[in-house]
Design a protein around this ligand. Structure first.
Ligand SMILES: NC(=O)c1ccc[n+]([C@@H]2O[C@H](COP(=O)([O-])OP(=O)(O)OC[C@H]3O[C@@H](n4cnc5c(N)ncnc54)[C@H](O)[C@@H]3O)[C@@H](O)[C@H]2O)c1
Length: 304
């Protein structure tokens, strides 16, 4: 009996040693991918990683080589979302971020231009990486069926904008007179923004962070950028999980609300950027965290 117990213990130790070596190997491999910082979540609109914000990679670690294939897979996903086989087309769009509506609108514009002039959209006329991908998608499909999206639009009854950033984009399109079908702003319904944005993110942020990092939130320093509905939920979640939380906020009322909740409000140019372990951007804006900020961040604040 004792002999068998000892054998069991030895095998356990060996397995522990093998796992330790596997862990070291994984870490070495990660070091060589050029991965950068250790935190980030939220959607904040479209990214290079998916056809809509929810698909955008939640994992904060991205290497340059991954982004090329991400663009290709994004293109494939967007096309598949609207490709319902021969004769099949959607009646309604549920658009979380406005990217799908933008694609349809730009493709219809390109089809009309192509019919008139025979010209394809110029991909290099923009330095915006997302817009380049969008134009590549449009160019790819234009040759095979130059009326495809105009046929789709005939059938589409309308679009619903599900998130703050998407709703703002749809309003912008409507103001410019380019919206091709009616849009419903679902986000601004109180039963959405005052529940999903706050309490949904209060749940999904820690879930996403823990899954992505396999680390505890307790004891970490977390900076949440933006104290709107989503920021309120996110900061409450990480605070309750035991993190030390700091906010950045552009709006004085929201900033004061954060202070009243006991959360210090700073700017990223304060020293906090070099001390924090996790950054959450929920301002729905660009250039919240810049390369200069990233250069000051800790290297590998979180390891798996
Ligand atoms: N992942 C999800 O499940 C989910 C759900 C809902 C909304 N969202 C997205 O989250 C983002 C925020 O949504 P929201 O409903 O909280 O919007 P919101 O407008 O209520 O809040 C945004 C806050 O960011 C602040 N802000 C703007 N620019 C800033 C800057 N430069 N620095 C600091 N603060 C700044 C604004 O003052 C505002 O208080 C949007 O992009 C939205 O689409 C994600």
């Amino acid at each position: 009996m004792k002999q068998r117990e000892r054998e069991g213990e030895t095998e356990e130790r060996r397995e522990g040693e093998r796992e330790r070596r596997r862990g070291e190997k994984r870490n070495r491999e990660r070091e060589t991918t050029g991965a950068t910082v250790g935190g980030g979540c939220g959607d904040g609109g479209a990214s290079d990683g998916g056809c809509q914000s929810q698909i955008a990679a939640r994992r904060p670690i991205a290497s340059a080589s991954a982004s090329t294939s991400a663009s290709a897979s994004a293109r494939w996903c967007v096309e598949r979302a609207l490709d319902w086989g021969p004769g099949g087309r959607p009646d309604l769009l549920v658009d979380d971020g406005g990217d799908l509506t933008l694609l349809i609108q730009e493709r219809v514009r390109a089809e009309e231009e192509y019919e008139k002039t025979g010209k394809f959209p110029d991909i290099d006329c923009t330095s915006n990486a997302e817009f380049k991908i969008l134009r590549e998608i449009i160019k790819d499909g234009l040759k095979s069926d130059p009326k495809k999206y105009r046929k789709k639009v005939e059938r589409i009854v309308g679009v619903s904008g599900e998130t703050t950033t998407g709703a703002k984009r749809l309003y912008q399109m409507a103001a410019e007179g380019v919206l091709l079908f009616p849009a419903i702003n679902v986000n601004d319904s109180v039963t959405k923004s005052k529940f999903d944005n706050i309490y949904g993110c209060r749940h999904s942020l820690p879930d996403g962070l823990v899954r992505a990092t396999e680390n505890m939130i307790a004891g970490k320093v977390v900076v949440v950028c933006g104290y709107g509905d989503v920021g309120k939920g996110c900061s409450a979640a990480v605070k309750r999980a035991g993190a030390r939380v700091f906010m950045t906020e552009a709006d004085p009322i929201c900033a004061l609300q954060a202070v009243m909740e006991g959360i210090p409000v700073l700017t990223l140019d304060d020293n906090i950027v070099s001390e924090a372990d996790i950054f959450v951007t929920v301002a729905g804006n660009r250039n919240i965290i810049t390369v200069n900020h990233m250069k000051k961040m800790q290297h590998w604040p979180i390891r798996q």
